[in-house]
Design a protein around this ligand. Structure first.
Ligand code: TSJ
Length: 667
């Protein structure tokens, strides 16, 4: 995922320059003379051809994530119309042929001739790079970040695209194929004068995209997020392909409801979500937050409805203001005594779920992937709005303030204990030399690039795994007993846990602030558990630990799940392995239905040869690499809190809803 996004760098610079050059050429060619029209047509084709030549520069990637960006790009235009106050509904339909229709009830893209280009504004929107939002009364277009690349990019990367505009009682239509205009904008009929809006249908080009089948769940998650961030908007999503879906997202509470949604699997510490909003320095700021009894911190930041996973100035402003406001209040109310140390930001944020959403006219982005807000005024704007309104809130709600304070003080103590435990571990490892855990059966090779470690469940699997590994580069480490559920434990308990200590030391990377991926001792960390319900549970616990404490190992693709076979199929003394129900059925078709089928064995019951061949030997095994989509971290966090949290009902619902995908999961 991370590697896939690298192409995005600098794409804005490039587009911006091309767009400016394009505009210049139109200033020269603004006549209606047909020769000049041809000349401008060539310019346009060159512009869109550039997009088709280097699609990654414009849409991020040509993988499934780029495919979905096509949809978001068009949807965001409808949402912008809603933000400007001219529409309140956007509907998205995934059609049976994997084309997508996006319809809004806004003013309709203008159809009058734009002077500069000498053609209808709507045609300009779809054929000239970066033309979006540069006409009309302007100023409202706040889309930024990775999107806002414009409808012309989507058009260039679509096999075909059709736009219909309903405006002033008339319906207009135009069609494009791979960016080329098929006919001049035409009136195709009339409509109720009260009916107005824009409808766009497009089919992403299979010549461009590696994958052209939309994933319903990914689009659903994104549209739900957009609906939370745009209070009051109604977003419909319909899937008209084989497997039908129909959903509407509409949240009058906006980001307040987003926080409630994210906290559904945990127990809130106080009933209401704290909400602040205000405008400072031309920046519109909204913050919603609520603590739960969880120990993780879940803060999501957005700029113009676009997620900024690396945070930035708005997040800094939030953190500083929260820490200072809370400490000031606690001192003033004597919740903190004169001799007590201040609460740290981390202590105050333990168990906090928060959404920070800012709307800025011309946001500046930083960082390698341009996903970090750089606009310095955002720091002050968020900080001022929060300080002012949170101070008032705490004064008005002393009982909530007290709960927050008690939670923070517990977090502070646990953190101090954890620090001690960590120092102790560190000192111990210095005293004991290399300090590798005793139960680690290490490999001989020292070059991490060539090494892998199998984390196995219990001692029964340890024996066979040790016997049939290649000791030169394969290490094995057993986990005894149940792995600690890190969603339900404070730091001190986590650091004190022997199994977790063992893993941290074996991996060599350290943890949290000390984490250093260059110290990783194994290129592949392979979780190997039985192919049954208990095994799936242990894998999930392991993944939860890695996700929360060493997410970079997952992001960088170092984490794998071993795949022991689910079935053995025996026929005429030949043995076949099947790794899924579908594979078993296919095998049975091939070898005949009368074959002998046996369900999985525990790793501990396998013959050495068998375990090696099916699960461990790189020549013959299958490994699943665990990856992490950066598209919606909030949804991924929710998955973990739901699976591992205290609330039974949300977990049951989640498993029911996802039963198809997680067959063996029982938690
Ligand atoms: F992406 C897109 F261009 F294809 C697209 C645009 C897709 C969708 C689903 C909606 C839209 C869109 C654009 N909806 N509403 C608008 N509004 C305008 O373009 C518009 C209308 C009127 C005026 C005006 O000043 O009168 C100005 C604008 C920008």
């Amino acid at each position: 995922m991370a590697a896939e996004n690298n192409e995005r760098d600098n794409k804005y610079l490039d587009n911006e320059m091309e767009a400016q050059e394009m505009e210049k050429s139109f200033e020269v060619n603004n006549g209606h003379n047909s020769d000049e029209y041809d000349a401008s047509q060539i310019q346009i084709l060159e512009g869109l051809e550039a997009v088709r030549k280097r699609p990654g520069m414009y849409i991020g990637s040509t993988s499934i994530s780029g495919l979905h960006h096509m949809v978001y790009e068009i949807v965001d235009n409808g949402v912008d119309e809603a933000l400007a106050g001219f529409c309140d509904e956007v509907s998205v339909t995934i059609n049976p042929d994997n084309s997508v229709t996006v319809k809004d009830n806004g003013r309709g893209i203008p159809v009058d001739i734009q002077k500069k280009a000498g053609k209808p504004a709507v045609e300009v929107v779809f054929t000239i790079l970066h033309a979006g939002g540069k006409f009309g009364n302007g100023g409202y277009k706040v889309s930024g970040g990775l999107h806002g690349v414009g409808a012309s990019v989507v058009n260039a990367l679509s096999e075909w695209l059709e736009v219909e505009v309903r405006k002033n009682g008339e319906v207009y239509k135009q069609r494009y194929e791979r960016g080329k205009v098929m006919y001049p904008l035409k009136k195709i009929g009339t409509c109720d004068p009260d009916d107005h809006g824009t409808t766009v249908t497009f089919k992403p080009d299979a010549e461009i995209f590696e994958e052209t089948v939309f994933d319903y769940k990914t689009i659903k998650t994104r549209l739900r997020e957009t609906a939370f961030l745009t209070r009051g908007i109604k977003i419909h999503l319909k899937d008209d392909r084989e497997e039908k879906h129909d959903r509407t997202f509409h949240y009058e509470g906006g980001i307040k409801e987003f926080v409630t949604y994210l906290n559904q699997a945990n127990v809130p510490l106080y009933p209401n979500v704290i909400y602040c909003e205000g405008e400072r320095l031309g920046i519109f700021v909204e913050v919603a937050m609520q603590h739960t009894d969880a120990y993780t911190e879940n803060i999501y930041t957005f700029v113009n409805n676009i997620n900024t996973p690396e945070g930035g100035t708005h997040l800094t402003g939030f953190r500083n203001a929260l820490t200072k406001t809370f400490n000031d209040y606690a001192r003033k109310m004597k919740l903190l005594k004169d001799n007590d140390a201040n609460l740290s930001g981390e202590d105050i944020r333990e168990g906090l779920t928060a959404i920070i959403s800012v709307k800025i006219e011309d946001p500046q982005f930083e960082g390698q992937t341009k996903m970090k807000l750089g606009t310095s005024e955002a720091n002050q704007a968020v900080s001022q709005v929060l300080t002012e309104q949170l101070t008032y809130f705490l004064e008005q709600n002393p009982q909530v303030a007290k709960i927050m304070c008690e939670k923070s003080i517990l977090a502070q103590r646990a953190r101090a204990a954890a620090r001690k435990a960590r120092e102790l571990t560190r000192r111990k490892s210095v005293l004991e030399g290399a300090g590798l855990p005793g139960k680690l059966a290490d490999c001989q090779e020292k070059d991490p690039e060539k090494c892998e470690i199998f984390i196995v469940e219990g001692d029964s699997a340890l024996g066979p795994a040790k016997n049939c590994r290649d000791i030169r580069y394969q290490a094995v480490m057993p986990l005894r007993g149940k792995v600690l559920n890190v969603e339900k434990a404070r730091l001190d308990k986590i650091y004190a846990n022997k199994e977790i200590q063992g893993m941290i030391t074996a991996f060599g990377t350290g943890i949290h602030d000390d984490f250093d991926i260059t110290k990783l001792r194994y290129n592949k960390i392979i979780i190997m558990t039985d192919a049954d319900v208990d095994g799936a549970h242990i894998s999930t616990l392991m993944l939860t630990f890695l996700y929360r404490f060493m997410p970079d190992l997952i992001k960088e693709g170092h984490v794998y799940l071993a795949q022991p076979p689910l079935y053995y199929v025996r026929k005429n003394k030949k043995l076949y392995y099947a790794y899924s129900d579908a594979e078993r059925d296919k095998l049975l078709e091939q070898v005949g239905k009368d074959a002998d089928v046996q369900r999985f064995k525990g790793l501990g019951e396998m013959e050495d040869q068998e375990l090696s061949e099916t699960t461990m030997d790189p020549e013959t095994r299958t490994l699943l690499r665990v990856n992490m989509s950066e598209d919606s971290r909030s949804e991924l966090d929710l998955t973990f809190t739901t699976l591992m949290g205290d609330q039974v009902e949300p977990r049951r619902l989640f498993i029911e809803e996802n039963a198809k995908y997680v067959d063996n999961l029982d938690v």
